[in-house]
Design a protein around this ligand. Structure first.
Ligand SMILES: NC(=O)c1ccc[n+]([C@@H]2O[C@H](COP(=O)([O-])OP(=O)(O)OC[C@H]3O[C@@H](n4cnc5c(N)ncnc54)[C@H](OP(=O)(O)O)[C@@H]3O)[C@@H](O)[C@H]2O)c1
Length: 330
């Protein structure tokens, strides 16, 4: 089978096509012919982790160290990227019950990655589900990252109809899903993004869009029940004045400082800082699938690249131009 490998750390050009042996499914595994995978934040980080400093890493230094050990110090340990997949079940192990050959499936492999391959073999109880009828592989593959991260984090926030929610980083994979999910919960949603992506965020359903190059949302007149900061670009000190008395500031990316603020605000004051990790669970994937089937969540494909152009796909995402997600077809 053909795979896209990254044998060394570096720019997008390190991605090469190689021939490897097709895996055979174990008793409890499903062999999937992957038709689509994607380029997400984790793929870019893992491809070039040697160059990522603790300062650039959007998590506390301890997490950077753990990631360094997991990804490899000098050379990548993970040589096939891709945490998202959509495709067709080609064969099943002798003990598999949930799936059969020909089933269309999509799912999330998490940090172990490996979906930049024509075939993957995964346990039947992995974070995987049957693809909704009439949904393409390209659409399904997108559901398995941004939407499950956004849903996992927002579910815990218990958003009520009429609440005001601001999403900082609304044009990205997680933010675009967060805007749609918060709207589904009945919130009045403000999306914050750069100038070229304002129409895109409006089209997602945001009631208001703030261009961060023109306006600092922390200086505005509006107050929010929830500020969801995907990239951790804001500070609690500045957000306090635009958070309601019981408002919450949710960080998907955070440092030690925000963790200390979370601890402090859990003990004192009514405004809370929350730093949260999304596990990317099967439960979240199934909930995302339900939302998509019900029409409350759309997968937004910006561009699709064939596997031979994986380097161009990575370079495009790194250029910061994407609106929605970038798919690689295998
Ligand atoms: N907590 C968790 O469990 C978890 C899980 C996965 C990922 N993450 C974190 O999520 C982040 C990646 O999110 P993603 O995959 O959605 O990234 P993404 O698709 O690359 O999107 C990031 C978006 O942020 C926008 N942006 C850049 N600078 C901004 C600023 N100053 N203010 C507001 N928006 C800005 C960019 O839009 P413009 O071009 O419009 O500026 C871009 O569309 C990473 O930091 C990662 O660590 C957390």
């Amino acid at each position: 089978m053909k795979v896209i490998t990254n044998r060394t750390y570096g720019s997008a050009d390190v991605l090469k096509i190689e021939e490897l042996e097709t895996p055979a499914p174990k008793e409890n595994e499903v062999l999937i012919r992957v038709h689509a995978t994607s380029v997400n934040y984790g793929d870019l980080i893992a491809r070039n982790f040697k160059a990522v400093t603790p300062r650039e890493f959007n998590m506390p230094g301890f997490f950077w160290l753990m990631a360094k050990l997991a990804f490899g110090l000098q050379k990548p340990k993970i040589t096939i990227l891709g945490s998202q997949f959509a495709g067709e079940v080609e064969a099943i192990g002798t003990e598999v019950q949930k799936y059969q050959s020909g089933d269309q499936v999509f799912g999330y492999l998490g940090q172990n990655m490996g979906a930049y391959a024509e075939y993957i073999s995964v346990p039947e109880n992995a974070v995987m589900a049957k693809t909704p009828v009439n949904m393409s592989n390209e659409e399904a593959v997108i559901l398995s990252y941004g939407p499950i991260m956004a849903l996992s984090l927002l579910r815990k926030m218990n958003i009520q109809p009429g609440q005001k929610v601001l999403v900082n980083g609304a044009s990205g994979s997680i933010g675009a899903a967060a805007v749609q999910i918060a709207k589904h919960y009945g919130a009045e949603v403000t999306g914050v993004c750069g100038t070229p992506r304002m129409d895109f965020v409006h089209a997602l359903g945001a009631d208001h869009v703030i261009d961060y190059t023109q306006q600092d949302f922390t200086q505005g007149a509006e107050q929010y029940d929830l500020i969801f900061d995907v990239l951790g670009k804001s500070s609690f000190a500045k957000c306090k004045r635009v958070l309601k008395a019981n408002g919450r500031l949710l960080y998907a990316s955070f440092k030690l400082k925000q963790l200390i603020q979370m601890l402090w605000t859990s003990l004192f004051g009514n405004q809370k800082v929350i730093c949260a990790m999304a596990p990317g669970s099967l439960d979240d994937l199934l909930a995302v699938k339900d939302l998509a089937v019900a029409g409350h969540l759309k997968a937004i494909i910006d561009k699709t690249f064939p596997m031979e152009q994986a380097a161009a796909a990575h370079a495009y995402v790194e250029s910061g131009q994407k609106k929605g997600d970038v798919v690689i077809t295998m």
